[in-house]
Design a protein around this ligand. Structure first.
Ligand code: SF4
Length: 353
């Protein structure tokens, strides 16, 4: 629940927010952006394919991590046609380590749809882009504004914080209801021309100046008009969202051996790391059968998992349709889940039993 603010005070704040005029933002912001913008490998091109790939990768992933993945990905799949023609296996292998694999599968599905239905051309409207798999309001706005100069707003982690502070919006953010007022602010401020530059400038300002902790207001081009700064509330905005507590999980991964090969299985629909390969799991027991290879700890969607890894010889008849027997060398070429990759390293370093 957000903090209760008296109605009169709220009205005063809302008036202050409304006083943040679009030109007073765009002009100084774009001037600052021209000299301070980040040098990123997907910048400097209005190719919608590159914008799209970068924006999908940037969802829930830090910029520094995305840099190397982006370069490798577009080297391997330089156009939407090449991505559409690729096998899902190859796409997931290039994505491995970036997390949230649903993004990669949807990217691939959308590439196939673009080629099949649009001759590989991207729709030029937000609505047209949002009809593609995995493209939501934010990504559609980014592609439309950056690649096609459509006056479309965007709200993501950095711009959300900047806009909230600019207008002094002190209610919790996140989710459709929490973010809607921020989308309205973004809509009001995005210029009719040069929206792509404006959107990227807001994101850069959030990443470099208007940081979550201790924003550098003395170096901010918008300090004169920023409500949070003028009213001394930069530490209170954005309001903290309630924290989710992590669920603790213990499990056992089994490295099953048969004739120099190990058994792996493909994660099914709705499972963590859907579509990727991993080692079979069984409920954790104080004493598992087999020899202990080590321990792997990982965090996934609010779960903290401690996984004990054991190796044992396969029982007769082990293996099902979703499973494969592979040599330790073959593991290197397969798209594995992130704990699966770490278990594979234990397998390689321990050798076959
Ligand atoms: S003045 Fe401070 S709080 Fe306001 S936008 Fe700039 S950095 Fe953020």
């Amino acid at each position: 629940m957000g903090r209760q603010v008296p109605a009169q005070k709220r009205r005063r704040r809302d008036r202050a927010a409304a006083s943040v005029a679009p030109p007073a933002i765009a002009r100084p912001l774009l001037k600052w952006y021209a000299r301070a913008k980040r040098d990123l490998p997907w910048r400097g091109s209005a190719d919608p394919y590159r914008v799209w790939v970068s924006e999908i990768m940037l969802q829930q992933t830090q910029v520094e991590r995305v840099r190397e993945y982006f370069v490798r990905f577009v080297e391997r799949f330089p156009t939407v046609h090449e991505l559409a023609a690729a096998r899902e296996h190859d796409v997931l292998r290039r994505w491995e380590g970036l997390g949230y694999y649903r993004r990669a599968r949807q990217l691939h599905a959308a590439a196939r749809r673009l080629v099949a239905d649009h001759d590989g051309e991207f729709p030029r409207t937000v609505a047209g882009l949002m009809a593609l798999p995995g493209i939501g309001r934010y990504t559609a706005g980014a592609i439309a504004s950056i690649a096609f100069d459509v006056s479309a707003p965007i709200v993501e982690a950095n711009s959300r914080r900047v806009f909230a502070r600019l207008v002094g919006h002190d209610r919790p953010l996140g989710g459709t209801a929490g973010d809607e007022p921020i989308w309205e602010v973004a809509e009001r401020l995005v210029p009719r021309r040069g929206a792509g530059r404006f959107n990227q400038a807001v994101m850069d300002l959030g990443a470099m100046i208007c940081t979550p902790d201790r924003p550098l207001c003395s170096r901010c081009p918008l300090a004169d008009v920023c409500v949070a700064h003028r009213t001394g509330r930069t530490a209170a905005i954005p309001a903290a969202a309630p924290r989710r507590t992590a669920t603790i999980v213990r499990e056992t991964a089994v490295v099953m051996w048969r004739g120099g090969r190990v058994l792996i299985e493909r994660r099914g629909a709705g499972e963590w790391w859907e579509g990727l390969w991993d080692f079979p799991r069984e409920p954790h027991a104080a004493r598992s059968r087999g020899s202990r290879l080590g321990m792997v700890s990982y965090t996934v969607t609010h779960h903290k998992v401690t996984c004990t890894v054991v190796a044992r010889a396969a029982a007769a008849g082990a293996g099902s349709a979703a499973q494969r027997w592979v040599t330790p060398r073959q593991l290197a070429a397969l798209p594995l889940s992130s704990p699966g990759r770490r278990i594979a390293k234990l397998v390689v370093s321990s050798g076959s039993p």
